[in-house]
Design a protein around this ligand. Structure first.
Ligand code: GDP
Length: 331
């Protein structure tokens, strides 16, 4: 049975991917960092079958040791500083983790697997998946965005992800590593971090309905995002590494919606009107905005046979109902 190593296993995508790979019979290792990482007990109780190993995307030696120790067939790099506004406040750390962290992991794979361009495909032992992002398209040069669309990142996060994408492609071309870059558009779920717009709205709608919160204070509600369900998107990550050749793929739904549309549906689920409860405040407006992202998932559909299974309105409903249930239980 194959073995996988996941960085970012304590995050939304890490938990869905670990569940998916465990269901396929994989042995799954998850990288956790830091002393007394507060997310560790959560992942231990939620996914007891994931074997946790210690290491850090900032520490080259720790990554070499972990790859050596776990001998994975597949490495999924989901670890990153992933919240766009934070990347302006900690731009250098974002470059180190979200950007250079990819290089360190690729170096660990190269050193442990002994990758070289002359080795035949069948002997290239460790496959690599890089979590690239639609934020790389930023001020989008064309609509919809495909694997060929030029990048124009609009935040230190987007810039770091562009580096991660290019170094992944470069290590594939330089050393023959089976490395894929998945350009995933925004993907959400009840496990999404509370700082992201979808979860902030779903939780806010639930709490306002229950009388636990008075209003929801938001930033720019007119941007557009191509939002899908994270549980669908981790299937695409795995499929990329099962192809005969490594490649890059856009993963998206092909539909764009605004935070206002998300909020309208979310408040409708709890029988309220979004406009009555939302206040716009400049504290949530970003130094530079990504106005409109819309992905063209044709290649993923045709080559991977991948399709999303959850529609936009189903996603909103799933998130609000989950928050309503949790908030009803919590004091
Ligand atoms: P991103 O696409 O990775 O930046 O995902 P987010 O969920 O953080 O933001 C999506 C969009 O929602 C962006 O255009 C934000 O400017 C917009 N937005 C509006 N209000 C808020 C807010 O209060 N929090 C967040 N996170 N985003 C907001």
């Amino acid at each position: 049975m194959p073995t996988a190593l996941i960085t970012g296993v304590t995050g939304q995508d890490g938990s869905y991917l670990a569940e998916h790979l465990l269901s396929l019979g994989y042995t799954v290792y998850g990288l956790v960092r830091g002393q007394a990482n507060p997310k560790r007990p959560l992942i231990e109780s939620m996914l007891p079958d994931v074997k946790l190993v210690e290491g850090d995307l900032l520490d080259q030696t720790s990554l070499i040791n972990v790859v050596q120790q776990t001998q994975p067939d597949e490495v999924y790099n989901l670890g990153a500083i992933s919240f766009v506004p934070l990347s302006w406040n900690q731009a250098e750390l974002t470059a180190e983790i979200t950007g250079l962290g990819v290089l360190r992991l690729l170096e660990a794979i190269r050193l442990v697997a002994g990758a070289s361009p002359s080795r035949p495909q069948s002997e290239r032992t460790i496959k690599f998946y890089q979590a690239s992002s639609s934020e790389m398209f930023g001020k989008a040069r064309e609509m919809p965005q495909t694997e060929q669309t030029p990048f124009y990142p609009r935040s230190p996060y987007g810039v770091a992800k562009v580096y991660g994408h290019h170094i992944t492609v470069n290590y594939r071309e330089s050393y023959g590593i089976f490395a894929c870059s998945g350009i995933l558009f925004n993907h959400e779920s009840p496990r999404r971090g509370l700082e992201f717009v979808t979860r902030k709205i779903s939780l806010g709608a639930a709490r306002i309905k229950l009388g636990k919160q008075k209003e929801l204070v938001m930033g720019n509600m007119d941007s557009k995002r191509d939002w899908g369900f994270a549980g669908d998107y981790v299937r695409a990550m795995h499929l990329m590494l099962q192809q005969p050749e490594p490649d890059d793929y856009v993963v998206s739904t092909g539909e764009a919606h605004s935070p206002w549309e998300f909020a309208d549906l979310a408040f409708k689920v709890v029988g309220l009107n979004a406009k009555d409860h939302i206040r716009i405040d400049s504290q949530f407006i970003r130094p530079a905005e990504v106005d409109y992202l819309l992905g063209d998932p044709s290649k993923a559909r045709e080559k991977l046979g991948w399709q999303p299974s959850v529609t936009f309105s189903e996603l909103v409903q799933m998130m609000v109902e989950s928050d309503l249930q949790q908030e009803s239980k919590a004091s």
